[in-house]
Design a protein around this ligand. Sequence first.
Ligand SMILES: NC(=O)c1ccc[n+]([C@@H]2O[C@H](COP(=O)([O-])OP(=O)(O)OC[C@H]3O[C@@H](n4cnc5c(N)ncnc54)[C@H](OP(=O)(O)O)[C@@H]3O)[C@@H](O)[C@H]2O)c1
Length: 325
Amino acid sequence: MAQYSAPSPALKRVLEPTGLTVSPLCLGCAPLGDMADTFGYSVPDAQALETFRAALSGPINFIDNAASYGDGEAERRLGIVLAEMGGLPEGYVVATKADRDPQTGDFSGEQMRRSVERSLRLLGLDYIQIVHLHDPEHSTWEQITAPDGAIETLLDLKREGVIGYIGLAGGPADLMQRYVETDAFDLLVTHNRYTLLNRSGSALIDAAAARGMGVLNAAPYGSGLLAKGPDSGARYVYQEAPPEVLEQARALDAVCRRYDVPLGAAALQFSMRDPRITSTVVGMTKPERIQQTVEWASYAIPDDLWTDLAAIGHSTQDPEASRWG
Ligand SMILES: NC(=O)c1ccc[n+]([C@@H]2O[C@H](COP(=O)([O-])OP(=O)(O)OC[C@H]3O[C@@H](n4cnc5c(N)ncnc54)[C@H](OP(=O)(O)O)[C@@H]3O)[C@@H](O)[C@H]2O)c1
């Protein structure tokens, strides 16, 4: 039977246009910020630190954090492990995200500067390779693009040499496409919108790739469901999974079982095999997840499995549409 070979998790590639060399897998830090409201479970300090230690001694050299993950908790925890190692080890790439003020919602340029300054302090770094503008859907286009607004301030920080490259990381694809077209950003992080269950981000990925932006695809498991399985009670896009999503996930799982392939391996490689995507950002909160993820990334998957999975179909609706009203 014909078999597709996934890119080796150890084989690094250049994240254009930054020139940084990254693994095709990236450690996503959202659940490492102990965000029980978002993920449905808590992650104690010691467990998160062990996960960071495992990540920083394995084949994944790319870490995706954010100021808002546990309101600094995920950055603080990463910073502890970086300090133990005497700073960011050679060859590793850390990205974080500049966030609005969690209390007031302030998404001004001054707030971007405060957010980046706190990230530098918590991470113990004097330079951050990549900073993404995080979830601009929580503000207005006018505020984000104002002459002294969020984008201009991030560009200033880049000009000042405080940060290396700027990315756009957010949800609704139509709005993200409008931001992509400003040509202010080097990178795009899309999430939950290019998975076995949902492809509403595909045109956005095309648009970013066509402009020469590096594309990072986050949440290949739809925030957990496709890793833990449709009958695990795991969430889908950070909420209880709706019945129609569970039904679709069960159909995907049944196909995978016929081929003896874990659903998680198919979900992960669905993203990794796409040539538009440089790295796939995966949330993990246990040290053993690093090795498990590497195994899923290199699991032998027959070509026929992809054909059978495609026959099940997928949603092209925004998975959070109902939440935006
Ligand atoms: N707006 C944005 O910029 C944005 C939005 C969403 C995500 N992101 C980034 O992308 C990352 C990934 O997204 P995500 O974490 O939300 O969702 P995800 O990667 O789709 O799923 C994460 C979940 O999968 C579970 N998982 C991973 N490997 C597993 C395995 N081998 N077996 C069983 N369960 C496994 C994790 O469980 P355990 O806790 O048990 O390991 C966690 O609950 C985030 O952490 C964040 O860095 C960015």
